[in-house]
Design a protein around this ligand. Structure first.
Ligand SMILES: [Cu+2]
Length: 317
């Protein structure tokens, strides 16, 4: 009996440690280091330079991708060569706005952690004052929190994935009062450029999103406008599914247009006809935004480059 108890004890002990090891292996700590960079970068396909404020020197900043339950170990660096304080506001984090999200001065850095508890696609942005200027100048990006449960019937594995982040370009981002009234909004940016992936409207555009006919294309979309809802619509197509906030539990079927408010992220699946090559123009159907640059072509052809919409190529540079 004594031996039996001993044996049972060691078996249970072994299981507990196994369980612990298993759950530790499941949730990872992901190091994310972003540097605030005030730099001139091209904001269209012909290379027009713009005095942007960025995370890591690009608009949008890098895509951060973790799994639900992971810990994001975050460092923000504000080099002393910058003129302005900057901050980080991850919409995927549940922390203290006055602490973690507080601005830091040039020549300093900050370090904090959060557990990404809710799955979806979330905006991140600089929250330093005036926030309208820090966002308008380009300090935003997307963080994807993949669901712990993985793919399901409701949230099937896509064939391709793309990230699209829409923002605005203002003629004078120092004009705080003007921007509050949306004055001087001259262009819309998709992943930091006007008509970035639209060779139809911009002869200088060299890229488009690609897929093979019939493939499920999943678009992680973030509205980084300073103001206004994006009327997200795939011309010549229908959204097969829309996951509100990118959460697989919030699924809608068969939508033509779905409104994405400022500071929201939603996930969109589109499946083109399998029996023929087609093109879609993915637009903000608010005409002022579309015609100022928010049009993205998705080409569905049998010879679609297999490397695009996968791995590192979900945000096309
Ligand atoms: Cu900033």
């Amino acid at each position: 009996m004594q031996n039996m108890k001993k044996m049972l004890g060691s078996v249970l002990g072994g299981l507990a440690i196994l369980g612990l090891t298993w759950s530790m292996a499941e949730a990872k700590t992901v190091k994310v280091v972003l540097t605030a960079k005030e730099v001139k970068i091209p904001i269209d396909n012909k290379g027009t330079l713009y005095a942007a404020w960025t995370f890591n020197g690009s608009i949008p900043g890098p895509v951060v991708r973790v799994r639900q339950g992971d810990t994001v170990d975050f460092t923000l660096i504000n080099p002393k060569t910058n003129q302005n304080s900057h901050a980080m506001d991850f919409h995927a984090a549940q922390v203290d706005v006055l602490k973690e999200f507080a601005p830091i001065k040039p020549g300093t850095s900050e370090h904090w952690k959060f557990v990404a508890k809710v799955p979806g696609v979330f905006m991140y942005h600089c929250g330093a004052s005036p926030m309208i200027e820090h966002i308008a100048r380009g300090m935003y990006g997307a963080i994807i929190v993949d669901p712990k449960g993985g793919f399901t019937r409701q949230y099937p594995k896509p064939d391709r994935e793309y990230v699209l982040v829409q923002g605005q370009l203002f003629k004078n981002p120092d004009d705080y009062q003007g921007m509050l009234q949306q004055k001087g909004w001259i262009n819309s940016l998709i992943n930091g450029k006007v008509f970035h992936y639209d060779p139809v409207h911009d002869p200088n555009a060299t890229q488009a999103l690609v897929a093979k006919p019939g493939e499920r294309v999943r678009i992680f979309f973030v509205n980084a406008n300073t103001y206004g809802t994006v009327a997200f619509h795939p011309i010549a197509g229908i959204w097969d599914r829309v996951y509100v906030n990118g959460n697989p539990r919030n699924v809608l079927y068969g939508l033509q247009t779905y409104g994405v408010p400022a500071a929201m992220g939603d996930t969109f699946d589109i499946v083109s006809p399998r029996d023929r090559p087609t093109n879609n123009a993915i637009v903000d159907h608010n005409m002022p935004a579309a015609l100022r640059g928010a049009i993205t072509v998705l080409m569905n052809t049998p010879d679609a480059d297999p490397s695009l919409g996968r791995g590192k190529n979900i945000l096309l540079k």
